[in-house]
Design a protein around this ligand. Structure first.
Ligand SMILES: C[S@@+](CC[C@H](N)C(=O)[O-])C[C@H]1O[C@@H](n2cnc3c(N)ncnc32)[C@H](O)[C@@H]1O
Length: 334
């Protein structure tokens, strides 16, 4: 790497990590289009270059294969050091299993720091989890996470532990990189781990090539997931224990039914107040826990009942229960 230049020097180039969204030009952000328009050089995986082909006239194009991520970052740095503006494109968001991480790793390795003359900008895009969710309904309206099944750079026990933990914790989960020509068993193992904690009829949606020409959507259930048509361009969305499918739409409830009687015009359920934590929220739960403990329940029984570690239950029991600050203030005003 050349000597760091003073910030603002005219010959300094720039690396723009551009998330192009799911694949259709309409779903790219304006800033992503502008960044590609500004760029002298566009670097990306061949498929992504094809997806933005209409925006590339007059640009230097560097096409790389899927496995050449570090190469792409090195090429970007070299071009930026030569004073060029470089758009390094990723599908979805560049920071989600994309080029942002490898690029910073290459930059740091080369001695780059944020005050180096070569600037870096990350331009966010809709990730596959967002795009795929939007095609099947509203599966992410409660806590969710994503796990990549790719073991190209991550040991399987790490992936399996995460699958097991999130399945147990009842997250909605998006599986990225679920299957490829060579990696066919990972999805079977993921299913096996999920079935330890989730019902076999848990809804699953498989979205292939969202917002691209060959888009394909399949609804199935957890026990049949591994038999579905899944490939490199698919994202698998697994619902939580409340997710349902109705009229061809996968929906995860936000939790309103815990507080309101949705059948009876939305009146508040007994013991609940609008705008307040649930009666089973933290303070309500602590009160119940203390009461059950005082009535003779053991820490081990309470831990099993609430599926929480005994050490956590013990620690909360050891701490005196204080009324919520807001409740105390309200009582003082009354
Ligand atoms: C290396 S990751 C890249 C993720 C990307 N940076 C993002 O934020 O969406 C590749 C995986 O993303 C998912 N993916 C990307 N684009 C997709 C699309 N249009 N439809 C469905 N899944 C997609 C697939 O799971 C694929 O195996």
């Amino acid at each position: 790497m050349t000597e760091p230049q003073e910030p603002g020097q005219a010959q300094a180039g720039k690396i723009m990590l551009v998330g192009i969204g799911p694949g259709s030009v309409e779903h790219m952000t304006q800033r992503a289009r502008d960044a590609i328009a500004e760029a002298d050089v566009v670097i990306g995986y061949v498929t992504y270059i094809k997806l933005v082909a209409d925006l590339l006239e007059g640009k230097e194009i560097i096409r790389k294969s899927m496995t050449e991520e570090l190469d792409r970052a090195i090429s970007a740095l070299e071009a930026a050091e030569a004073g060029k503006k470089v758009a390094l494109i990723s599908s979805g968001d560049a920071g989600v299993y994309g080029m942002a991480g490898p690029t910073y790793e290459v930059l740091f390795q080369a001695g780059w720091t944020p005050d180096h003359a070569v600037q870096v900008e990350i331009i966010p895009g809709a990730s596959a989890i967002n795009s795929c969710a939007s095609r099947v309904g509203a599966p992410l309206t409660h806590d969710f996470c994503s796990i990549s099944l790719s073991d190209l750079l991550t040991p399987w026990p790490t992936i399996a532990r995460r699958l097991d933990a999130v399945a147990y914790a009842d997250f909605v989960v998006a599986l990225y990189n679920p299957k490829s020509g060579r990696r066919t068993r990972q999805i079977v193992e993921a299913q096996r781990l999920f079935l330890r904690h989730r019902r076999p009829d848990t809804p699953v949606a498989i979205v292939k090539s969202a917002y691209r020409r060959r888009e394909r959507i399949e609804f199935t259930t957890l026990d049949r997931m591994a038999e579905a048509d899944i490939g490199m361009l698919s994202t698998v969305l697994i619902g939580n224990s409340n997710t349902f499918v109705r009229h061809g739409l996968m929906v995860t409830p936000r939790g309103y039914a815990n507080k309101y009687d949705l059948e009876e015009g939305g009146s508040t359920l007994a013991g609940e107040k609008a705008g307040r934590s649930l009666s089973t929220g933290l303070l309500g739960w602590l009160e119940t826990l203390q009461a059950d403990y005082a009535a003779g329940a053991s820490v081990a029984q309470l831990a099993a009942q609430h599926r929480l570690p005994e050490t956590y239950i013990q620690a909360t029991l050891d701490e005196p229960l204080e009324p919520a600050a807001a409740d105390a203030a309200e009582e003082a005003e009354a």
